[in-house]
Write a protein that binds this ligand. Structure first.
Ligand code: PEP
Ligand code: MN
Length: 264
């Protein structure tokens, strides 16, 4: 299998501009769940940049459980992300949900995100495989490690070698937290595969005050980076406010990560 370490013994390093994912130093991606407005995304971008993040996240296409919830600003949101990149130099990570929008999303972002709900959207994976954009492939909320790696295989086998795996928590019987962050997956996948693995502690636990502990735990487990939701005013967020760090919490977390890294 193309994703396996047997096939490719050396760890893959994925370059996004001058950022290396899987190069031994943790890469930090931060920003709001959704792009909500010009003011919100620019404010968030400057805040996470000042705290030391390498890349900015923000959804322009949102996979919401209810069709009545905010669905994202679509191309307008992508334009705002591009403006945030011009102002801060941060690389952009944003979700693509449908092959129809893939060429448009590719024009604006540096890293494509495939969400948990689309991990087995095989048509989307094949189309992404025909591009050479780096892609952050989230683990499905009920996917086994084997199924997750087979989804990576769809992208790799279609010709795109730039796959980053993202553990974001799985559904278990435990209702206190939103998901159960499966940190077991980090050393297991690093052993099975040469691909870089990053962790999303925000969706993984779903409660902001617990995100710093799980961020540090993910790095201790060997993750190549983190993707963390940060909002200028989490209480006003249109999505995932409960799990979003405010800028002060993110700064504090970054000060704890920094001594463990030469890149920050
Ligand atoms: C997100 O990153 O905001 C998101 C929708 O994540 P997931 O696909 O992991 O639920
Ligand atoms: Mn979210």
């Amino acid at each position: 299998k193309l994703a396996s370490r047997q096939y490719h013994p050396e760890s893959t390093v994925i370059r996004v501009g001058d950022i290396e994912i899987g190069g031994g130093e943790p890469v930090i991606i931060a920003g709001p769940c959704a792009v909500e407005s010009r003011e919100q995304i620019l404010e968030a971008a400057h805040q996470v940049k000042a705290a030391g993040a390498h890349m900015l996240r923000g959804g322009a296409f949102k996979p919401r459980s209810s069709p009545y919830s905010f669905q994202g600003l679509a191309e307008e949101g992508l334009k705002l992300l591009a403006e945030a990149r011009r102002q801060t130099g941060l690389k952009i990570v944003s979700e693509v949900m449908d092959p129809i929008n893939l060429p448009m999303v590719c024009e604006y972002v540096d890293v494509l995100q495939v969400g948990a709900r689309n991990m087995q959207n095989f048509h989307l994976l094949k189309e992404i495989g025909k591009t050479n954009k780096p892609v952050l492939l989230k683990r499905g909320m009920s996917a086994t490690i084997e199924e997750w790696l087979m989804s990576a295989e769809y992208i790799l086998s279609a010709g795109n070698p730039n796959v980053i795996l993202c553990e974001r928590g799985i559904r278990t019987f435990e209702p206190y937290t939103r998901n159960t962050l499966d940190l077991n997956a980090v050393p297991v996948v690093k052993d099975l595969s040469h691909l870089p693995v990053i962790v999303d502690p925000s969706h993984g636990i779903g409660i902001a005050k617990y995100v710093p502990a799980m961020s540090l735990a993910a790095l201790a487990a060997g993750a190549d980076g983190l993707i963390i939701e940060v909002h200028p005013r989490p209480e006003e967020a249109v999505s995932d406010g409960k799990q979003s760090l405010n800028p002060a919490m993110f700064r504090e977390l970054m000060s704890q990560i920094r001594p463990r890294s030469r890149m920050l």
